[in-house]
Design a protein. Sequence first.
Length: 554
Amino acid sequence: MKISNTLQETLPDRYGQQAQSALLSGTEALARLPLEQRWRDRAAGLNTGGFISGYRGSPLATYDMELLRLKDRLQAENIKFQPGVNEDLAATAVWGTQFVQLYPGAKVDGVFGIWYGKSPGVDRSGDALMHANTAGTAPLGGAIALVGDDHAAKSSSRSAQSDLQLKAIGFPILYPCNTQEILDYGLHAIAMSRYAGCWVSLKLVTDVVETTAVVDVRPERLNIALPPLPTQPPAGLHIKRNEPPLEMEARLYEHRIPAALAYARANGLNQIRLQPALPRVGIVSAGKSWSDVRAALAILELDDAGAEGAGLRLLKLGLTWPVDPQIVAEFVQDLETVLVIEEKRPFVEEQLRAILRASAHGEIHLMYPMISGREELARANAVLAECKEELKAKKQAFNPKLQVGTMIEIPSAAVTADLLARDCDFFSIGTNDLIQYLLAIDRVNDRIAHLYEPTHPAVIRTLKSVIDEAHRHKIKVSVCGEMAGDAVYAPLLLGLGVDELSMTPPLIPAVKYLLRSMKLSDAQALAAEALKLASAKEIFTLCDEFSRMRVKLT
């Protein structure tokens, strides 16, 4: 007890603003994070607040306990900690903090929000987190997600890896390798979120969070740079009231994610370490794996000079998604081999490789979903080409003439169908999403679902345009979705020129019976008449009467 008291008296206040350094565990660094953010805001002349909510779980199991212990300090800095009933409600509450400036009566310039939870919490809260991220953040607010990954299932029912889910919902991922970086990357995450207008995640693995180290906490240790925005959307990057879903999605992927990448470049979050005179081998790693790589080199008695002498070049990634193509291009110059060290599995490349190998044993077609334009299609085809070359080098069999197609399910793809058709072998029109996006209607929202109209003239004309462009470029076009399996619409689609219809097996007999009861010329005449009509109701009535004349529908 005496020893404990003595240590308490001699150690500086780890949460004090005047401290120069502090002995902190990973959890304590996360607890200090909101305090440092408030001090930085105050020094910049900003009157901000903070809000923290989430649900505990290893390796963040004691985060809420530490925050509760700091309750008075947090309240004194206008930071509210509210443990969540579950991860979903916590994410929704943090999302709400970003709307403060959009309504009258705000008492602060902005509120920074911090959500926390372990990887299964990201799984179950994916919908709430995706909605929050597409909506965006406030310029003086910002929202970050502290995600605990228990890779070795040390305190979990399963091994956890959140990278794939975070990428799927569009969260840039910062991956710290030690306690110092937990605190510094946390501040960078908030700054990036404010700058880019999106949520930013911090991947926190057990081996990093459960370590303790002396951390530099001086304010001047971290100078944040805000570069010019790479794109300038007319309505800006940040959260808005009642923004249409398609505009939110476009803003996230076309403007916010590139801005996050620009922030990472300006602040040196990714770094090339070691510059050998004769580079031979490059090693890429991040987070815990970075520490493992350095430890392995130490075991081999290779200090920096020794590693450079052996021709080693290292790339430390602080931002693991999206990976910066510029620094990668610089890194691989003159290298013979690149080795990527990760704790867990790869994702897209592994899937493509498996598809290519399977294509050697049967007819398999590869189709890209949610392609928005020719540039995305070109990037996807480039990755596919790399995988083919890799399989060739390994002498593994695959079908070199693999058919590659594109889903036409968002308006930008439909409008640029003439460009997409040049670089793929077939189209598949996903009517469910295409109709929803064309008409800006949420078909699962009971209040407005009646406005979801497959026979809207804009839908019919868009389908006709895509089909004509496909045939002009001599590629086939199919339709999948509810419209393809509906006996009322199937004759219309056939008349518009669709080559194939995709539907669930129970719907096949009725649609097949109907289509076999008519001539192709009848369906073409139906389509020609439908294209002349001006309302969804008129077109639906025409199609319904056409089908009923040929078979009694029940």
